[in-house]
Design a protein around this ligand. Structure first.
Ligand code: UDP
Length: 261
């Protein structure tokens, strides 16, 4: 055991029948680019621990964005709770500390689900469409999660044919992805931020339920200031634009996660 959070989950968050569940942080089961995942005493619960490490271009570019782990943890938890209320089931259980959150254990569906409202990044490159072009309707695409292959773009037929998901899974994911977009676009819009595009991931619980997992943060979304079109996301790191930490802080401030200084 590494450490233990003497923290009692609220009854509404308790997955087992016990009322006083103690979330213990046990062995690390996975370390990704931006997060570590730890076992807990409950086989249906894991703890995610957000790091400040940043990578881009499939791990070729590496760096640190100071304070990013705290912002991404808090922003994801804040948004997941709102999405849950909007009808999108998520893996969120309870925030344990600035960087740690108890979440439902899932098997991640190996698809990056990308929704776009405005052309940018790989979409602009692939189709020769200028960044900033307002798409006539939101788009949805899938990348197959495989680092060795560089997360190739695939379609629903590919995903079903290789066993990454079933047709039913794809239909559920599609419905939720657009619900997430509708919610986020409006929410960030009210905070003076245009939601250009974002990537989400889904997982399946033991009983086969599909829920939103992973994170929603400036690492996984493109956020542009509504008035100035200034980039407030990881593109500042990817493209060496400077002001990376400030951009993450600015988004956190705009949505009311941290006090204006
Ligand atoms: N994205 C992500 N992880 C990835 C690839 C993309 O979170 O491994 C996000 C990215 O931040 C953007 C959206 O998905 O908000 C669309 O990214 P795009 O396909 O344009 O790829 P990029 O230009 O970032 O390589």
């Amino acid at each position: 055991m590494v450490c233990s959070h003497r923290k009692t989950l609220g009854k509404q968050h308790t997955i087992s029948d016990e009322e006083d569940t103690v979330v213990e942080k046990l062995d690390m089961i996975y370390e990704g680019k931006a997060k570590k995942v730890f076992k807990t005493g409950d086989e249906n619960v894991v703890i995610v621990d957000y790091k400040d490490d940043a990578t881009a271009f499939n791990g070729e570019k590496k760096g640190t964005i100071v304070g990013k782990g705290v912002i991404n943890n808090k922003m994801t938890n804040f948004l997941f709770q709102k999405l849950e209320k909007a009808g999108v089931p998520t893996h969120y259980i309870e925030e344990l500390s600035d960087r740690e959150t108890a979440v439902k254990k899932v098997k991640i569906i190996p698809l990056e689900v990308i929704v776009r409202n405005v052309a940018a990044g790989s979409f602009s490159k692939r189709l020769g469409i200028e960044e900033g072009f307002q798409l006539l309707c939101p788009t949805l695409e899938f990348s197959y999660k495989d680092d060795a292959l560089g997360d190739p773009l695939i379609n629903d037929y590919f995903a079903i044919a290789i066993g990454a998901a079933t047709r039913e899974d794809i239909d559920t994911i599609t419905k939720y992805a657009f619900m997430v977009n509708d919610f986020l676009k409006e929410f960030f819009g009210e905070c003076g931020i245009d939601l250009i595009d974002f990537k989400i991931e889904f997982g399946k619980t033991d009983d086969g339920t599909i829920i939103l997992a992973d994170e929603i943060s400036p690492d996984t979304c493109r956020f542009w200031d509504k008035k100035t079109h200034e980039k407030l996301d990881k593109d500042r790191f990817r493209r060496d634009l400077g002001g990376v930490e400030d951009a993450y802080q600015e988004v956190a401030k705009r949505i009311g996660l941290v006090q204006e200084s």
